[in-house]
Design a protein around this ligand. Structure first.
Ligand code: 3PG
Length: 199
């Protein structure tokens, strides 16, 4: 397995973050690292994502830094240039997958159906995002799909939380999970860094 993916698998839980401003980037990443999660998927849902990635890469270099909600080739290029070491998308777009893999960067596209999963795997994606996980049947669904797609590996996000995280990580085809439960938007806005570290 690719080194970045191995690292994601070792950490096991990837915080998914939508930053409101670049000022939040360093304190939030330090809070996450202090809590044992030196990893972040910085989503392109907010306009400051690219600048946040650049700042974190410089100021908190121990973070395993990826970009999320990357839906276009142009966003992927900006995220990679800013320092993202892997690219995540909510859906499966063969053009974006081809482009990112062509640049030698890890691509984790969002997939729900076996058809999407097969196509992404055949393009060279070693790990697939299963999103939104809970709404699409969660671990039970992946156990059914995994019985056929035995080499598929998933990172599950969407509805994963402190209560069900161990169910996900207990299935060996699930490499990691992602989520916002330890760094909800209101906690970030309020600068509740100690609470985030504790969670
Ligand atoms: C994602 O993009 O991975 C999800 O929005 C995270 O989902 P959650 O907020 O349910 O953890």
């Amino acid at each position: 397995m690719n080194t970045i993916l191995k690292y994601i698998s070792n950490i096991g839980i990837i915080p998914v973050i939508a930053f409101n401003s670049v000022e939040e980037a360093v304190p939030l990443c330090k809070a996450l690292a202090a809590g044992g999660l030196p990893a972040a998927e910085v989503t392109f849902r907010t306009a400051c994502a690219e600048e946040c990635i650049r700042t974190i890469q410089k100021e908190v270099p121990e973070m395993l830094l990826g970009a999320g909600t990357v839906t276009t080739v142009e966003q992927a290029d900006r995220a990679i240039a800013a320092g993202a070491t892997y690219i995540v998308a909510p859906g499966y777009d063969p053009e974006v997958v081809r482009h990112v893999i062509g640049k030698g960067v890890v691509m984790i596209p969002g997939t729900v159906t076996p058809g999407e999963m097969q196509q992404a795997m055949n393009q060279g994606c070693e790990v697939l995002k299963f999103f939104p996980a809970e709404a699409n049947g969660g671990v039970a669904m992946l156990k059914n799909i995994g019985a056929a797609l035995k080499t598929a590996k998933w990172m599950c996000t969407g509805g994963v939380n402190a209560k069900n995280v161990n169910d996900y990580l207990g299935f060996d085809q699930i490499t990691a999970v992602g989520g916002t439960w330890m760094c909800k938007g209101d906690m970030i806005k309020a600068g509740e860094w100690d609470k985030i570290t504790a969670l």
